[in-house]
Design a protein around this ligand. Structure first.
Ligand code: CA
Length: 422
């Protein structure tokens, strides 16, 4: 059987070359429809969603256990990498142009193919834990140069440890969920004492989220190969940040309320398998990491990432950043190996943020903090406005894709609009 990643594969469903969702992708999400409001698992194909619960009920798709008539992909992920591969192969077969089972079954097609525009997309996974890393050398250097020391921006541990902190799983929301401007303790450098007020330096952070599909035992460390096997897929992630809250609170334990109010992810989880053709080596790591963190595989991905901003006055979004996931210094595999290195147990449904993804160029900076250089160089908008940080009514959107020959593996959209503080 032709491999699901084969660029020559075509579906009986027409898919435009610029669509995020060709037959080579098959990302998982959770959706509902007005006719059937029960959230269930589906995969995106062109402008449609293939309802896996309907296929399962019809006896056409068997993962080994009933896992698709569920409001999250966790039960499916828990079945493990062999089931992921087998189900992906079967879905690919069912959607192929030259395969009749679904193509020629009009009644089933009617039930199992839902127009994406008619569906509501839900948070695709029950997030067990959320950990956020800080693994872009360019981002860490920019922030270090702004707030500490221009000539020596990286802290001494940065080149040895994938730096991270434990964030909040409870506030991970799906694209389209409004984001309320948080209130918090602010103490501008010139003020004597802090006040409790709406954040004035609200920011986004362009990141990828890694979805962990297998757990590890308490006390167990992971090898590179074990960590790789536990990664189910990737999603776009916006780690909304209140910079003024962060600046006052982060000493000495790191970010807390500045990051706790919302984290947005895209509704589709693109599997690691679908991204296989786009693997690249990461930047050379110097000094060489400690033995437990060394990697032999090409664990980065050549993935274009765009950020656009639309203020309430603008008719169309304006691109403010285009960068690439391949620039990350520490790979997702290294992050996961490090996460378990103390014996920390990982769970099905854990979400790891890559850290803000910035590239070497000015328009590759993945946050307003960097784009406006902490407000010193406000960003001009097409409407004649300018932005140092996000204003109420601004809509921030992240998109991303890997470009193949005549097709792209995309993620949909990771979007949120800022609501005024209450
Ligand atoms: Ca972050």
């Amino acid at each position: 059987m032709t491999h699901p990643n084969d660029p020559s594969l075509r579906s009986f469903i027409a898919v435009a070359p610029t669509s995020d969702f060709p037959i080579q992708n098959l990302p998982y999400g959770v959706f509902s429809t007005p006719a059937d409001p029960a959230p269930r698992v589906g995969v995106a194909i062109g402008d449609f969603i293939l309802d896996l619960a309907a296929l399962e009920a019809a006896g056409l798709l068997d993962a080994g256990a009933p896992v698709f008539a569920k409001p999250a992909i966790n039960d499916f992920m828990a079945l493990g990498p062999q089931a992921w591969t087998q189900v992906r192969r079967r879905i690919s077969q069912l959607l192929r142009r030259d395969h009749p089972e679904l193509r020629d079954n009009a009644a089933l097609r009617q039930r199992a193919l839902v127009a994406r525009k008619d569906a509501r997309l839900h948070l695709p996974l029950a997030v067990a834990g959320f950990t956020d890393f800080y693994s872009s050398k360019e981002h860490a250097s920019n922030v270090g140069a702004m707030f500490r020391d221009k000539s020596n921006p990286l802290l001494p541990n940065w080149l040895h440890i994938p730096i991270g902190y434990n964030g909040r799983a409870s506030t991970v929301v799906v694209s389209g969920t409004p984001v309320r401007r948080p209130c918090g303790q602010l103490k501008p450098p010139t003020a004597e004492t802090p006040v409790f007020a709406p954040s004035r330096r609200l920011d986004f952070e362009l990141e990828m989220g890694v979805v962990i599909g297998q757990g590890s035992r308490l006390g167990e460390r992971l090898t590179e190969a074990q960590a790789e096997d536990m990664i189910f897929g990737f999603t776009l992630l916006n780690d909304w940040s209140a910079r003024d809250v962060q600046q006052w609170e982060y000493v000495p334990l790191g970010p807390f309320q500045a990051k706790a109010f919302a984290t947005t992810i895209s509704p589709w989880i693109v599997t690691r398998e679908a991204l296989e053709s786009f693997r690249v080596a990461g930047p050379r790591q110097d000094p060489e990491p400690l033995p437990y963190l060394r990697q032999s595989g090409r664990n980065n991905y050549d993935m274009t990432l765009d950020v656009s901003l639309r203020s309430a006055q603008m008719d169309a979004p304006q691109r403010i950043c285009r960068t690439n996931f391949k620039y990350m210094y520490w790979s997702s595999v290294q992050q996961l190996v490090h996460h378990a290195s103390s014996g920390c147990a990982m769970n099905v449904g854990d979400l790891l943020g890559s850290g803000t993804i910035s590239g070497p160029e000015r328009d590759q900076r993945g946050s307003m903090l960097e784009l406006s250089w902490s407000g010193a160089e406000p960003l001009p908008l097409a409407s004649g406005e300018s932005r140092s940080f996000l204003e109420d009514g601004d809509t921030l959107s992240i998109t991303g894709w890997c470009q193949g020959e005549g097709y792209r593996i995309g993620f949909g959209e990771c979007e949120g609009t800022i609501q005024p503080a209450t």
